[in-house]
Design a protein around this ligand. Structure first.
Ligand code: NAD
Length: 436
């Protein structure tokens, strides 16, 4: 039987039986599975890259950098350290328990469900799967139906390499059926509306959840910064994957005096990166589907177009677009943009910027470009966000020793490196008191 012919309860029962054999607990099994997953990525990287190109127009280089090699690095980081991470952690005991020993052990949870979105459909499915395997679990992996070529490729490849991971493809009905099952952890990446559905379904079984959600991640640009460098970094982070990145800078806050020079520098940086006609650049992606294309086109007249605005529904192309003179009430500020539109808003200094950020949902990332230590410190201590990138968008999530996750509306829980092990393990307290 394969996941394609089994019912959701049969899939979960099969994986639970595998877990109960106890073989997933050993360090050998875990490193063996991680190595097999690594083999899948390196041996079938081109097949995955072709699927990513079909789904999202990603270039081969970008697919390797942001999806395939990214996940391989995450696996390598774990393989090098897993034995150490799994060492029981001794704890001191109180005087009344003299002679006893106490320790914390990382206990596998059982069968975990990973539900992934379409925007980085390889990385956001297989990096959590790697964490779940490192922690000694079996896994049901649900790729996004909105990246159908990648979903099919993963469903084809995984059974060739791994027998404790079942890929279940499908859309809402299939996911709903899966969510009726009892899992030991659910790891969901996607939007907050579905996050609530996942959490409600998990509550029925008292299953813990990790929710990796999104939101509007602000970028604050201080006066007196090197705007050429700032613009080049903002453009790289914003327009990667045509803006369809959960941690992409969503909008820019700067002061009235800096805005004209910044928007000019942003337009120049777009041309430098993608040429005068970005539709011909191999490095520039496409919008995932018509629904998102139509949604994004409606946001294009939210301000004065500094560059971009060009779009073509047939090829789902929207040019990298920078908007100036954007009002906080404009449509582009009402929702997470999740596309290649960068609005620049003006505020009266740092106090106003901090107020603006704190008046809205806690973002997944906060970016700041400043050389002033006091500005850095105030942004760090007076705002709340999943993570902070000072001087460079996106890159914090490539540091495997940093937890990656949101706070408030941008999610709960985190992963990457050691944090994945902790997410997919139970920290079990063990007290051993001698009898004699
Ligand atoms: P999506 O539409 O692919 O949905 C994500 C998953 O949820 C899919 O597997 C889908 O099948 C499933 N799903 C959809 N509707 C469902 C329902 N009614 N019941 C059960 N399951 C359902 O992806 P999306 O939500 O459009 O992804 C974009 C969002 O994800 C953005 O908000 C983005 O910021 C966020 N995101 C967050 C991260 C992160 O790491 N924090 C990463 C990428 C994307």
């Amino acid at each position: 039987m394969t996941a394609a012919t089994e019912s959701p309860s049969e899939v979960v029962a099969r994986l639970r039986a595998t877990f109960r054999t106890g073989r997933t607990r050993s360090l050998d099994w875990r490193t063996g599975q991680l190595t097999r997953l690594r083999d899948l990525l390196t041996e079938s990287g081109d097949e995955l890259a072709d699927a990513l190109h079909a789904d999202l127009g990603k270039s081969r280089g970008e697919s390797y950098r942001s999806e395939i090699d990214f996940t391989v690095r995450e696996i390598d980081h774990t393989l090098e350290r897993l034995a150490g991470w799994l060492e029981p952690e001794p704890a001191p005991v109180p005087a009344v328990l003299a002679g006893a020993s106490a320790q914390t052990v990382q206990d596998p949870l059982g069968v975990v469900l990973v539900i992934a979105p379409w925007n980085y459909p390889v990385q956001l499915l297989l990096a959590p799967v790697a964490g779940a395997l490192a922690a000694g679990n079996t896994v049901v992996a649900k790729p996004s139906e909105l990246a159908p070529a990648t979903s099919a490729a993963v469903a084809r490849l995984v059974p060739r390499y791994l027998d404790a991971v079942a890929v279940v493809e499908g859309a809402v009905p299939e996911t709903t059926a899966l969510l009726a099952e009892r899992f030991d952890h659910i790891f969901y990446t996607g939007n907050g509306t579905v996050g609530r559905i996942v959490m409600a379904a998990a509550a029925k079984h008292l299953t813990p959840v990790t929710l990796e959600l999104g939101g509007k991640s602000p970028a604050f640009v201080d006066r007196g910064t090197d705007l050429r460098t700032v613009a080049s970094r903002l453009v790289s982070g914003k327009f990667l994957n045509a803006g369809q990145t959960c941690v992409a800078p969503d909008y820019v806050l700067t002061d009235r005096e800096t805005a004209p020079a910044l928007t000019k520098a942003l337009a120049e940086a777009v041309e430098e990166r993608f040429g005068t006609d970005p539709s011909t650049s191999a490095e520039y992606g496409r919008i995932v589907n018509e629904r998102h294309f139509d949604r994004l086109v409606r946001l294009l007249d939210s301000g004065r177009t500094v560059t971009g605005g060009v779009h073509d529904r047939g090829t789902k192309y929207i040019a990298p677009t920078v908007l100036a003179d954007v009002s906080p009430n404009a449509p582009v500020m009402a929702e997470e943009i999740f596309g290649p539109v960068l609005p620049v808003l003006t505020v009266d200094g740092l106090d106003a910027a901090i107020g603006f950020i704190n008046d809205r949902d806690k973002p997944l990332a906060l970016y700041a470009f400043t050389t002033d230590p006091e500005v850095r410190e105030r942004l760090l201590t007076e705002t709340s966000s999943g993570g902070v990138g000072m001087g460079l968008p996106l890159a914090h999530l490539t540091v495997s020793d940093l937890p990656f996750g949101g706070v408030g509306e941008s999610g709960m829980g985190n992963y990457h490196g050691r944090y994945s092990l902790e997410t997919f393990s139970h920290r079990k307290a063990v007290l051993d008191t001698p009898l004699g």
